[in-house]
Design a protein around this ligand. Sequence first.
Ligand code: ZN
Length: 495
Amino acid sequence: MVQKLKLVPYPALVREGGGVCPPARQGNVMEHVGELPGGPEAYELDITPDGIQMTGAPAGILYARITLEQLKLEFPAELPCLHIEDAPRFPYRGFMLDCCRHFFSEPDVMTLIDAASFYKINRFHWHLSDDQGWRVEIEKYPRLTEIGAQTGGAASRPEFYTKRQIRRIVKFAQDRNVEIIPEIDIPGHMTAAIAAYPELGCTGQTMPVATDFGVFPNLICAGREECFKFLTDVLDELCELFPSKTIHIGGDEAAKEHWKSCPYCQAKMRELGFGDEDTLQRWYSDRIIQYLNAKGREARLWSDAFTGNDFQAEQYSIQYWMGNPGNVKYQAALGHKIICSDTAAYYMDYPYAADDRAGSRVSAEDRAGREKISPEEDLRNREKAAEQLARYTHPINLDTILEHDPWPDWLAGGRTPALRSALLGIEAPLWTEYVPDLSTAVQRLFPRLPAVAEVAWTPELSRDNASFDERYESTAAQFARRRLKGAAEKRLWHG
Ligand SMILES: [Zn+2]
């Protein structure tokens, strides 16, 4: 009898074959490329006394290799003979990194994508614009990065990704079956863009890139056509850079004070007969979605972009995080896909426990000269971060994630086949207000992201939460090879 194998995520089906495959035979690997009934990511892995066989489409073969790599961490000498049949529960298993509040270098981003793919995560949602920084090079608007990427105050070195770097990262991710979904947040969270081009805002006033956190009223002006042209130009360059069918256009936390007092926005509302600014936002998002649809792309929006009105555009999906479930359920019934990023279980910036002091906040200048931060100051930063986080978060430990039903209550209530197929999968966002560097990001994501991966991959009948820690620890031996430091202290795993 095979003990629970030390694999994360656990495969759908494992059968013991009897006997072992000695090290001398483990190099005898046959790959049979061809899609299995379970889909492009499904695979079969057979370990026999004579060697190893893998079957599946290219993504399935990649996952068979990863499963084998994890098995070798558990069995460094002889491998037990096994037959594994595996396929994902959900086609979408993602994580998000906010590179605006704190910037992460090209090697940092690659390190995280590589580590996530080891747990069969297949989407990377890249949050590239926000009040605190614009991070993607746009040739037509160079000030976006010259000015909008200065996060250590004016005259600091801009931190952003060049197009060359982005192409390298996209390729790196593709090699690991990870699709990158870029996000430009529209119409809110625009302070960095408006700092670069004040004419994009409603007031026309100059303002610095935000260094504080929160929700700002600095929206792109919805009343002037040149602002819309700016966005379509940016989206053109983004679509050229990213092959993903999905482009995320944000839509969250749009505080509309400026729209309310802007003559252009108000004139547009009168022209279109809109009674409130929420309708203006719906119309504006709809135009952007239609623009993307015409380019053969699909838009994704955060769930609070849906304020009860129908969209004329057809190709869009919804990332649910909190709030208005009624509107999201309505969209699901229309046939739009849902990604679940419920704050109840999937927000990776939330602490593991009330006494988790891993988060902190460090300016770009301080980060550059990290040694200047004294241990006392570091501790003060951490205490302050914990205090801030406690105001709007709750602890999320491994049990929270493993025991959480990925079907939000309001969708579970309608577990009809139509609503069932609406849930495409799960995405775990890592917002980085208090995540200043790679080691803190790793602390936040590991082992919580592998737990999310297990919920999203393993069929419910094959799940075993009790053995998760032990299985994860075996796979974490790969951390040394992947140059990862900072996985969460074990005492925090269960709160
Ligand atoms: Zn305006």
